[in-house]
Design a protein around this ligand. Structure first.
Ligand code: PGA
Length: 254
């Protein structure tokens, strides 16, 4: 059975002190995750080791970077490689968040290289896709997302995609307070699974966790996560508040 995942994306927020208190509050509440549930914290680079150390002894909570370099190593000032991340115990990397695509001109070709780097280093990519408002308004959102999947992931083989994580984040719902309805989310998630199934077969497609992102909160998580093809969420704003994110975790399918 595929994993149900609550992934936090702290983005470029919090001081180290704030990040530590948030983590303390999050892990202070005893929580029994089922074998199919996982929590992933997407932490800014400078805090990865500190937060990782705080998580030792807590089961089912993993640590993720929010980006990585597409290069292996070398003279790339300011970049962070997957080997560096792997060497400090990071397990996941958010790849192709819409903010990276929009503000840092990351395209599908570059993102496919980043995915490769993650897989070669044993890190799990959380591959983001999703359409801007203009695309949804023009009614071409399915084609748009399909192209992101084709260009970002279709060079991989079935083994590499088994148990993979995709996050669908409609850009018009990110940080806007405007959530996709649970029907809109379910329809796109079912479509994503169909695209993966057509290319890789249903066993692979059924093993992929498809997370929803875009204004997920404690108050809408239950409704969104109850949808058949919604396997949890990638959460920005609400992941900065321990009580909100805890409630979101509690709403994952058991
Ligand atoms: P949001 O962000 O929850 O603040 O909308 C989600 C994301 O960008 O991953």
């Amino acid at each position: 059975m595929r994993k149900q995942i609550a992934a936090a994306n702290w983005k470029m927020n919090l001081t180290i002190q704030e990040a530590v208190s948030l983590t303390e509050e999050l892990i202070s509440k005893p929580r029994k995750l089922s074998v199919r549930q996982e929590v992933v914290l997407g932490v800014p680079f400078p805090y990865l080791t500190t937060i990782k150390n705080m998580l030792s002894g807590t089961e089912g909570i993993f640590i993720s970077a929010q980006n990585c370099s597409d290069r292996k190593n070398g003279a790339y000032t300011g970049e962070v490689s997957t080997e560096m991340l792997q060497s400090i115990g990071v397990t996941h990397v958010i790849i192709g968040h819409s903010e990276r695509r929009e503000y840092f001109q990351e395209n599908n070709a570059l993102l496919s290289e980043k995915v490769n780097r993650c897989l070669q280093t044993g890190l799990k990519p959380i591959f983001c896709c999703g359409e801007p408002l203009a695309v949804r308004d023009s009614g071409t959102e399915y084609k748009y997302v399909e192209t992101q999947l084709e260009e970002g992931l279709f060079h991989l083989d079935a083994i590499q995609l088994t148990g993979f994580i995709i996050a669908y984040e409609p850009i018009w719902a990110i940080g806007t307070g405007k959530t996709a309805t649970s029907d809109q989310a379910q329809q796109m998630h079912a479509f994503i699974r169909k695209v993966m199934s057509t290319k890789y077969g249903s066993i692979v497609a059924e093993s992929i966790s498809v997370l929803y992102g875009g204004s997920v909160k404690a108050s809408n998580a239950a409704e969104l996560f109850s949808q058949l093809d919604v396997d949890g969420g990638l959460v920005g704003g609400a992941s900065l508040v321990a009580s909100e994110f805890s409630a979101i975790i509690d709403n994952l399918k058991k």
